[in-house]
Design a binder for this molecule. Structure first.
Ligand SMILES: [Zn+2]
Ligand SMILES: [Zn+2]
Length: 338
């Protein structure tokens, strides 16, 4: 088969690789229907996260089951399935509490920008749709695998409730997904922080009521102005830099919640400022598997269309262009079709 490998900064290759095989009796092999490039793939692509050896890429996936291991009970060949970027058993204490991405047997699924993919712990990891979905729903179903599930977790971790005032820091695909999630959860006011006109437009379409273009301390001042000097009830941090994290914490009212899902790079928090900020912090790699059945149903019922975050569709063999377009911020998110 062919798949995507990152060799070093900005060196993405689509090349012939070994076909994945069943290694454990709990594995399945799926034929990828659609994959995509994640904002987090850009950290190693840009060289900010070191690449020590050629690394297969891609962790957002959906597809049709080709082959199942002898112990697999819940999915069958021919079914359309979606899974999270962390394989999980769905049975250990952490999974029972809903933190599948901290599963005692969690394994990263990192080889999905390819024609075929091995998924470990298939019974716990994969959710099958009742039938093969129509082609036009595949982009939205794919988003439940990570980007939309992560936006949903950000909103859930930030305790978004009906009527809340919500701020979303970050206008990438996760931030935009967070806006759609907050809207779906009944937020009263959703303030998106974005400087990019096309992203602002999608933010509004997804439910943003206000746009703030200022960043850092100026951005915080603007949020305070918009909230009568109080700050927001819920703030979603969807970037992962020092500036964005501080912007999130300082935009939150005392007693409010920050849901943070941007993978932190060089973020350091000062104990004293946190102490006096009086905010709840909850974040981490999204336990997407917890939300998958509900989010898949919302998509299948046509209630939401999170697939609109894909503004670039490419054949899988042009994956390198997908990375370039996202790196240069020409595209919000690239969908890849084998
Ligand atoms: Zn991702
Ligand atoms: Zn588990």
């Amino acid at each position: 088969m062919k798949g995507t490998v990152l060799y070093g900064p900005r060196d993405i290759r689509f090349e012939t690789r070994d076909d994945p095989k069943i290694l454990e009796s709990t594995d399945v092999i799926i034929k990828i229907s659609a994959a995509c490039v994640c904002g987090s793939d850009l950290w190693p692509y840009r060289g900010i996260q070191k690449v020590i050896e050629p690394t297969p890429m891609g962790h957002e996936y959906c597809g049709v089951v080709e082959e199942v291991g002898s112990a697999v009970k819940t999915v069958k060949p021919g079914q359309f399935v979606i899974g999270s970027f962390f394989a999980s058993d769905n049975t250990c204490p952490h999974c029972q509490f809903g933190y599948h991405s901290s599963c005692q047997h969690a394994t990263f699924v990192g080889d999905a920008q390819a024609e075929y993919l091995r998924v470990p712990l298939a019974d716990g990891t994969l959710v099958a749709t009742p039938e093969i979905p129509p082609e036009d729903l595949i982009p939205s179903l794919l988003t439940t695998s990570d980007v939309f599930g992560t936006g949903w977790f950000a909103a859930d971790a930030a305790n978004v409730k009906p009527g809340n005032t919500v701020v979303v820091v970050g206008d990438g695909a996760v931030g935009l997904s967070g806006i759609l999630s907050a809207k779906q959860m009944g937020a009263g006011r959703i303030i998106a922080m974005s400087r990019n006109p096309s992203r602002q437009e999608l933010a509004r379409e997804f439910g943003a009521t206000d746009i703030v273009t200022a960043r850092g301390d100026d951005g915080v001042a603007r949020i305070k102005e918009l909230t009568g000097g109080i700050g927001a009830d819920s703030v979603l941090e969807c970037v992962g830099t020092q500036e964005s994290m501080m912007q999130a914490i300082r935009s939150t009212r005392p007693g409010g919640f920050v849901g943070y899902v941007g993978v932190p790079h060089g973020v350091e928090l000062k104990g004293e400022e946190l102490f006096y900020a009086h905010v709840h912090l909850h974040g981490g790699p999204a336990p997407v598997r917890r939300y998958l059945p509900d989010l898949i149903n919302l998509v299948l019922r046509g209630e939401i269309n999170p697939g609109k975050v894909f503004d670039l569709v490419l054949p899988l063999n042009q994956v390198a262009e997908g990375y370039r377009a996202m790196d240069e911020r020409r595209a919000i998110k690239a969908l890849l079709k084998p």
